[in-house]
Design a binder for this molecule. Structure first.
Ligand SMILES: Nc1ncnc2c1ncn2[C@@H]1O[C@H](COP(=O)(O)OP(=O)(O)OP(=O)(O)O)[C@@H](O)[C@H]1O
Ligand SMILES: [Mg+2]
Length: 421
């Protein structure tokens, strides 16, 4: 078969409209797609101007296509979505509304050197329809995404509010503990003062009697009656005890001051041991009925940290340790330095953590404590604090035996190292 006939048969069968125009835009040929969809007869159109056969195609846009195709020998692609299509062609199922047209318009040369225009048209309704569906799906997705973003933002706010309230709860708990701690010494200092007041009155009576006393025997008798020897001894003991009590109160208040640099956000070199002692003083009330606290401090340089935050981490670990002990146990607080790193360890002889739950303990709100007892934020908060310090937390736990948390902190913060270089 002649190769041109081969292509001719193909063009007749293909699901594309093909119109060939000569260089004066007169119709030379079209295929059966055009014949069927336009309802026009090729024999009547042959040699006639394209715009006379399809007057609807006359538009500045078409003129521009011709201009570009002729002048720059380019293939001009057009998609007739918003505007009426180039020519009226019916849809395959005789839908009078026609179809969405895409057109390709270009100049080509025949073997004998004559220039012709080709207008190729195809139906993109199906593509457009699936495009529309895609667009709809996309916009639904975007809407979902927006909703999720909003939800996330709400969660973040709620989370930070909760962290805030967790801090407040911790402070409340702390305040209650401190009140209890202070109450005891204040109580006995107060009662000592009352007793001492009585003693002073008795002694004043003895001193006053000295002026009017007839002889020493009378005075001796008064001293004996008022139990002067006992008063002297007891007064000394009461004063010593009261001084001790006031010292304790002073220590607690000092610790509290150290501990409560809540606003403090600056990294600074700090003595970790001092922080640990402070924290122990503050949570002593929670610990003393549950455990003997053993300190095994190593040698530590000053550690660059936000001391109040590290105190908070240690407090969480200590309180957790005390909670894990059912009756009475031991809590060991250890420290050491290993090269550029320091670590603090809190070990308890409590119930241990189920290995299945071990990877969940840092999750916010994860708690195994009864409702109202634990918020499940202690370790989450500690984790984020340690992360902020470029450190890490390790945990080792055995059910029934106990748990050991180790907090690693760099001696010098990496950013500060960078600045020093
Ligand atoms: N030393 C420990 N021994 C045994 N289990 C522990 C220990 N420390 C933490 N856990 C487990 O990890 C869980 C989470 O601890 P986390 O401190 O985050 O929350 P919480 O103590 O339950 O509540 P919160 O500290 O907010 O009052 C605890 O409920 C407990 O199951
Ligand atoms: Mg806790």
């Amino acid at each position: 078969m002649n190769p041109f006939d081969l292509f001719g048969s193909l063009v007749e069968k293909i699901d594309l409209g093909v119109i060939v125009l000569d260089s004066d835009l007169c119709v030379q040929r079209w295929n059966s797609f055009i014949a069927q969809r336009s309802g026009k007869d090729l024999t009547q159109a042959l040699g006639r101007r394209f715009l006379d056969v399809f007057p609807e195609a006359g538009s500045p846009r078409f003129e521009r296509m011709v201009e570009l195709a002729r002048g720059q020998a380019r293939h001009i692609y057009n998609h007739w979505l918003e505007t009426p299509p180039l020519v009226h062609l019916m849809h395959a199922d005789n839908d009078k509304n026609g179809f969405l047209q895409s057109t390709l318009f270009f100049l080509f040369e025949t073997p004998d050197g004559e220039s012709h225009f080709a207008l190729v048209m195809y139906d993109t309704s199906a593509v457009a329809r699936s495009n529309e569906q895609l667009e709809a799906a996309l916009s639904a997705l975007r809407k979902k995404q927006d909703e999720q973003d909003q939800l996330l933002r709400k969660l973040e706010t709620a989370n930070s509010q909760l962290l805030q309230s967790e801090k407040l709860a911790a402070i409340g708990q702390l305040a209650a503990g401190v009140a209890h701690e202070i109450n005891n010494p204040i109580g006995y200092v107060n009662s000592n003062l009352k007793t001492l007041g009585g003693y002073v009155r008795d002694m004043l009576r003895i001193i006053n009697a000295m002026d009017g006393a007839a002889n020493l025997d009378e005075l001796r008798q008064l001293k004996a009656n008022l139990e002067y020897d006992y008063i002297r001894e007891d007064a000394e003991a009461l004063i010593a005890e009261s001084e001790d009590g006031i010292d304790r109160v002073k220590r607690i208040i000092g610790a509290l001051k150290d501990f409560s640099h809540i606003e403090e956000e600056e990294f600074r070199p700090a003595d970790l041991h001092r922080g640990l002692d402070t924290t122990l003083n503050v949570v002593n009330n929670e610990l003393k009925y549950k455990a003997e606290v053993v300190k095994e401090y190593g040698e530590l340089p000053d550690i660059e940290c936000i001391p109040s935050q590290i105190n908070q981490v240690v407090m969480n670990l200590l309180v957790n340790a005390a909670h894990a002990i059912e009756q009475f146990g031991r809590i060991t607080l250890r420290t050491a330095c290993d090269g550029d790193w320091a670590w603090i360890e809190v070990e308890d002889t409590g119930q241990g953590i189920d290995p299945k739950l071990l990877n969940r303990i840092y999750e916010p709100f994860f708690t195994t404590k009864p409702v109202g007892k634990g918020t499940g934020l202690g370790l989450a908060l500690s984790y984020s604090i340690v992360q902020k310090h470029h450190g890490r937390i390790e945990v080792h736990s055995e059910l029934g035996k106990g748990t050991r948390f180790r907090v690693w902190l760099p001696v010098v913060q990496p950013t500060a190292l960078g600045q020093k270089d």
